[in-house]
Design a protein around this ligand. Structure first.
Ligand code: TXA
Ligand code: MG
Length: 317
């Protein structure tokens, strides 16, 4: 099978209707989409990216009416959050009904739903008339794609088409929120920050740290987003700069966290292509959007690197 980059949303919508998987642009990262109501099409997503079957998918829909359509009950606070942030980089976990096949949610009774803002993705949603299940369009555990070429690099020969939609305007995944009685919990930090959410809901929001008493959150795996070259974090990046065979990723140089997020995955991919022995990366300031960026860097890393008495010491996590 040869994979082609296409520009035609009619063709992309037809691919969804036919029950195939296709690379689709979203504002956050490129997704690997299929008809969420078709269990065989959804199975192809897991097979194509080698995703473990216990890790549920996000279903992308065009509006709040669709969230209501696939949910048993939408928590009232979701309406406020939709008003503030959707369409956009935020995902709501809601109790699902039986229009969503079990395979989409890895047998859980909840489903993750997002209303994306990318114009071309929205066209495919409207033209196909289907909800679209889509994880990021990379091999499982690897760096997320932010261009159509990134998708080709990972999945060439495994899918028929990637819809060209330019470089993603955000570059980091959506914030995933779960609702438990009165509590709102961030299951995965993303572009929309805790502070932004708290302002809308007018109360404190919790961050899942692996210890909260919570329904399972299979996507919060410790190692993820990883380049093939071993990556280590350091607070001492200057010391590593002139060492041969070490690639440097310092997102602080962008000056604005939005730009650091935008370039996060492309920097990791570029460093990976440099044939280095190691990649050394520096975290950004942990406030606001920095929290989501550092989350990705942590999960991409194998531990910390320090420079002690002229020697590099690697500490595995
Ligand atoms: O920005 C994004 O969210 C991108 C674009 C393509 O929309 N999608 C994305 O999908 O990042 P993926 O599959 O790479 O990550 C989905 C996350 C995982 O951490 C998964 O475990 C979690 O959402 N998730 C999905 N359904 C869930 C559920 N019912 N309960 C708890 N977590 C869920
Ligand atoms: Mg992913």
């Amino acid at each position: 099978m040869k994979t082609s980059i296409i520009y035609d949303t009619d063709l992309a919508a037809f691919e969804i209707i036919k029950g195939n998987v296709i690379g689709l642009p979203t504002e956050t990262v490129y997704g690997l989409g299929a008809d969420a109501e078709n269990p065989i099409a959804v199975l192809k997503i897991y097979k194509t990216k080698n995703r473990p079957s216990f890790n549920p998918l996000i279903v992308h829909v065009k509006d709040i009416e669709d969230i209501i359509k696939y949910s048993v009950e939408v928590p009232s606070v979701v309406y406020d959050l939709v008003d503030a942030f959707s369409p956009g980089p935020i995902t709501y976990i809601v109790p699902r009904n039986n229009l969503i096949p079990d395979i989409v949610t890895a047998d859980m009774y909840s489903v993750a739903m997002r209303i994306p803002s990318h114009e071309l993705f929205r066209e495919v949603l409207i033209k196909s008339g289907k909800p679209i299940a889509a994880p990021s369009a990379n091999m499982f555990g690897k760096v997320s794609p932010t261009t159509a070429d990134d998708v080709l690099n990972d999945l060439d020969g495994k899918i028929n088409y990637v819809l060209e939609g330019g470089k993603c305007s955000i570059g980091i995944e959506s914030t995933v929120l779960s609702f438990k009685e009165d509590e709102i919990i961030i299951l995965r930090p993303g572009f929309i920050t805790k502070e932004q959410i708290e302002k809308v809901v007018n109360k404190k929001v919790a961050i899942f740290d692996g210890t909260n008493a919570l329904p399972e959150s299979p996507g919060m795996l410790k190692n993820h987003y990883a380049p093939n070259t071993p990556l280590y974090l350091t607070s001492d990046i200057d010391h590593f700069k002139n060492i041969p065979n070490i690639g440097i990723v310092d997102l602080n140089l962008y000056g604005y966290l939005e730009l650091s997020a935008l370039n996060l995955f492309s920097e990791l991919r570029k460093a990976d292509e440099g044939n280095f022995d190691y990649i050394v990366a520096k975290e950004v300031d942990n406030a606001g959007l920095g929290f989501a960026i550092n989350d990705r860097l942590h999960k991409a890393s194998q531990g910390y690197a320090e420079f002690i008495n002229g020697k590099i010491i690697f500490k595995k996590k």
